[in-house]
Ligand binder design. Structure first.
Ligand code: BV8
Ligand code: ZN
Length: 276
């Protein structure tokens, strides 16, 4: 099978390619947060195995039932707030701090990549976990952030995970409202059928086209346009390295495809892969 580990030396060879590369893009998906206890989407026990994305992760669903959508996102927020970065998140954060020519493009909305920078600096991240500022321009969130809310009308965002449904009142009363115009707030994530932020997406593709290596970890590579980011590196003559316990549609195009958990493989791949 193209790309799978052929010999134990493959990890060292892949690490060397990362070390020597001019420009590295890391693309992550929900699998990178799996070892932190955040459910993935399409695994057997994933979110879409238990919930219908058309009922909860589309603008139509929010128009139809804002209370129901908020109840689901509030549950996910509470679950994510109890999670901590795992060794895979920390390895990526260290790598980004050491390699100014590297950027992280994530599909994840759980804020654990940002929190990993906080954790690197201290044993425990702050208890009241607002969305910590990511190092400017180093983390591109393609699908938004679960811990941020956005006004459905005026677009104002609130980096406040506690903008939860107000207690009491009838269900409609419990939907958080914008502090500026009073319209409904929505989770600041990209739903199916919604355009991604154009500037963020353009930057992701620009950096991928320039990169000599695109390291892809923890994604089923099924959701577009995110899944097309590594193809920009390939079109530019670069190398794709994949980390995933299972094959994906990207595996045949990967120069290396390591079968295993990102919490174990990312520290091995990125350790010491600082600039040559
Ligand atoms: C758009 C909301 C323009 C946030 C999500 C037909 C063909 C192709 C595309 C389309 C199509 N029809 C429609 C489309 C476009 C659609 C799309 O791609 N659909 C797919 C599903 C067919 N895309 C869109 O709608 C996007 N917008 O294109 O706008 C447009 C406009 C109108 C009409 C058409 C186009 C918007 C996409 C964003 C959707 N938002 N969620 C939220 O609530 O969270 S989707 C969801 O999927 C998340 O955002 C997630 O980030 C994303 C990708 O999932 P993954 O992260 O890869 O997670 P998954 O569970 O799938 O896989 C986990 C992987 O980890 C697995 O491979 C597993 O093996 C691995 N793993 C497990 N454990 C570990 C591990 N790996 C490493 N270590 C471990 N320990
Ligand atoms: Zn507003």
């Amino acid at each position: 099978m193209a790309g799978a580990i052929r010999a134990p030396g493959e990890l060292a060879a892949a690490r060397r390619r990362i070390t020597e590369a001019r420009g590295v893009v890391i693309l992550t998906g929900a699998g990178v947060s799996a070892e932190s206890g955040v459910p993935t989407f399409r695994d057997r026990t994933g979110l879409w195995a238990r919930f219908d994305p058309q009922e909860l992760a589309t603008p139509e669903a929010f128009r139809r039932d804002p209370e129901g959508v908020w109840e689901w996102y509030h549950l996910r927020r509470q679950a994510v707030l109890a999670c901590r970065p795992n060794p895979g998140h920390l390895a990526i954060a260290r790598f980004l701090l050491e390699r100014r020519d590297a950027v992280l493009v994530t599909q994840n909305v759980d804020g654990l990549h940002q929190l990993a920078f906080e954790t690197l600096g201290s044993l425990e991240p702050p208890p009241d976990r607002p969305v910590p500022p990511a190092p400017a321009g180093r983390i591109l969130e393609l699908h938004g952030n679960l811990l941020r809310s956005r006004c459905a009308e005026c677009g104002r965002t609130e980096d406040d995970a506690s903008s939860e449904p107000r207690p009491g009142g009838d269900r409609r009363e419990r939907v958080p409202r914008c502090g500026r115009c009073g319209s409904l707030l929505r989770p600041d994530v990209v739903w199916f059928g919604e355009m991604l932020d154009a500037a963020t997406l353009d930057e992701a593709f620009r950096r991928a086209a320039e990169a000599e290596v695109c390291l892809v970890a923890g994604t089923s590579a099924l959701v577009h346009p995110a899944a097309s980011v590594p193809l920009a590196t390939l079109r530019g003559g670069g190398l794709v390295i994949e980390v995933n316990p299972r094959e994906t549609p990207l595996t045949p195009s990967a120069g290396f495809s390591f079968r295993g958990p990102s919490g174990r493989l990312l520290p091995e791949l990125l350790r010491g892969a600082t600039a040559p």
